[in-house]
Design a protein around this ligand. Structure first.
Ligand SMILES: Cc1ncc(C[n+]2csc(CCOP(=O)(O)OP(=O)(O)O)c2C)c(N)n1
Ligand SMILES: [Mg+2]
Length: 325
C-alpha cells in the first residue's frame, strides 16, 4: 500500500530544507551531465535524477551517526549525508581533493568520518557489507543502525536473499532500502521480480516490509523514521521499498529504447521536486522563494564545478598511492 502524503508531520522550514537538499542533488548531477557534454569528463556515470526524494527522505530521518551503504547510483546518498559537493565533484574529475584522492570515482567513494561506508559498482554488493556492519554494531553494543540502499535489480541477487536471511536470524540493526525505479538497466522490474513488490519479499525473512511513494519526500521520511525506530529498538531488520523513477537512462549513452516517452512523461508529472514545490506552495510559500532556492542551488553547483575543474590532478606517484602489490 502506498503511504499517503502527510505533510503536516514536517514544519514548513523542514520541508523547505528537504526541497533545498533535493535541488542541490539535481543541480549537481545536471552540472555533471554538462561536463560530459563538454567532454570534460570521461567514462560513465549513473544519475539519480528523479530519485532525490529517496536519498533526502531516508537520510533526513536518520541520525548522523547511523551508517550508510550505497550502490552505483550514489550521488544523492553522498550529498544527502552531507559530503562536500566540491570534494565529490573533485573525486569524479580525478582531482586530488576528491574523497578518495580522485582515484575512486563515483562507484568507490567513501567517507568514514561521515559514517558513509561507500558506493559500490557490484549490483547487490553493498547489501552484505551493510549486513556485516550491522553485525559489528550489535556485537559492540552500539545504538547506531545501518541503512543499505540498493535497486530493484539488486533484489534479485543472491546477496540480497542471503543478507536478509542472516540479518533476520541475528536480529541485526539494519534497514534495507530498495529504490525501485522500475528497471535494472533495460530490464523492467515487472518482468524480473517474481512478486508484485520488492517489499513482499520481507515476509520470507520474517521482517516487516513496506512500499512507499518515493516521489514524496515527506512520505519517505516518515516511513523511514518509523522503521528506523523499530530497528534501533532491537526488533530486527526491516525492508522499505520506495517507488521511484530515474528520468535519465541507466548510465550515459543509454537511448532508453526499452521504455516509452509517454511513460517517462507520466512519471515526470510526479517529479519529486514538483511534488515538494507544490507542498511548499500549499503551505503558503511564495513563488519567488521557490525560484530563489532553485537559483541558489544552481549557482552553488556552478561554482563547485568551476573550482573542481581548476583543482590539481595527481601525478604518477599519487595515482599509484594505495596500490600495495
Ligand atoms: C554483479 C553485477 N552484475 C551485473 C552488473 C551490471 N549492472 C550494473 S547496474 C545494473 C542494474 C542494477 O539495477 P538496479 O539494482 O535496479 O539499480 P538501478 O540501476 O536501477 O538504480 C547491472 C545489472 C554489475 N555491476 N554487477
Ligand atoms: Mg532499478
Amino acid at each position: 500500500m502506498l503511504a499517503r502524503l502527510r505533510a503536516e508531520g514536517l514544519t514548513s522550514d523542514q520541508l523547505a530544507a528537504c526541497f533545498r537538499r533535493m535541488l542541490r542533488i539535481r543541480e549537481f548531477e545536471e552540472a555533471l551531465g554538462d561536463l560530459f557534454t563538454r567532454n570534460l569528463l570521461g567514462g560513465t556515470s549513473h544519475f539519480c535524477i528523479g530519485q532525490e526524494a529517496c536519498a533526502v527522505g531516508v537520510v533526513g530521518a536518520l541520525r548522523e551517526t547511523d551508517w550508510l551503504v550505497s550502490n552505483h547510483r550514489g550521488h544523492g546518498h553522498l550529498l544527502a549525508r552531507g559530503l562536500d559537493p566540491y570534494r565529490v565533484m573533485a573525486e569524479l574529475l580525478g582531482r586530488t581533493d576528491g574523497y578518495c584522492g580522485g582515484r575512486g570515482g563515483s562507484q568507490h567513494m567513501c567517507a568514514m568520518d561521515l559514517h558513509f561506508l561507500g558506493t559500490n559498482g557490484i549490483t547487490g554488493g553493498g547489501i552484505p557489507i551493510g549486513t556485516g556492519a550491522a553485525w559489528a554494531l550489535r556485537y559492540q553494543g552500539r545504538d547506531e543502525i545501518v541503512v543499505v540502499f540498493f535497486g530493484d535489480g539488486a533484489s534479485n541477487q543472491g546477496t540480497f536473499h542471503e543478507s536478509l536471511n542472516m540479518a533476520a536470524l541475528g536480529k541485526l540493526p539494519v534497514l534495507f532500502v530498495c529504490e525501485n525505479n522500475g528497471y535494472g538497466m533495460s530490464n523492467p522490474a515487472a518482468s524480473s521480480v517474481a512478486v508484485p513488490h520488492v517489499a513482499d519479499r520481507a515476509v520470507a525473512y520474517s521482517m516487516p516490509g513496506q512500499t512507499v511513494d518515493g516521489m514524496d519526500v515527506v512520505a519517505v521520511m516518515q516511513a523511514t523514521q518509523a522503521m528506523a525506530e523499530r530497528v534501533r529498538a532491537g526488533e530486527g531488520p526491516a525492508l522499505l521499498e520506495l517507488m521511484t523513477y530515474r528520468f535519465c537512462g541507466h548510465s550515459k549513452n543509454d537511448p532508453r529504447v526499452y521504455r516509452t516517452r509517454e511513460e517517462e512523461a507520466t512519471w515526470g508529472e510526479r517529479d519529486c521536486l514538483t511534488v515538494a514545490a507544490q507542498s511548499l506552495r500549499d503551505r503558503g510559500a511564495a513563488e519567488a522563494e521557490i525560484t530563489r532556492l532553485r537559483e541558489e542551488a544552481h549557482q552553488e553547483m556552478a561554482a563547485v564545478v568551476e573550482r573542481a575543474l581548476a583543482a590539481p590532478t595527481g601525478d604518477r606517484d599519487h595515482a599509484l598511492g594505495g596500490v600495495y602489490a
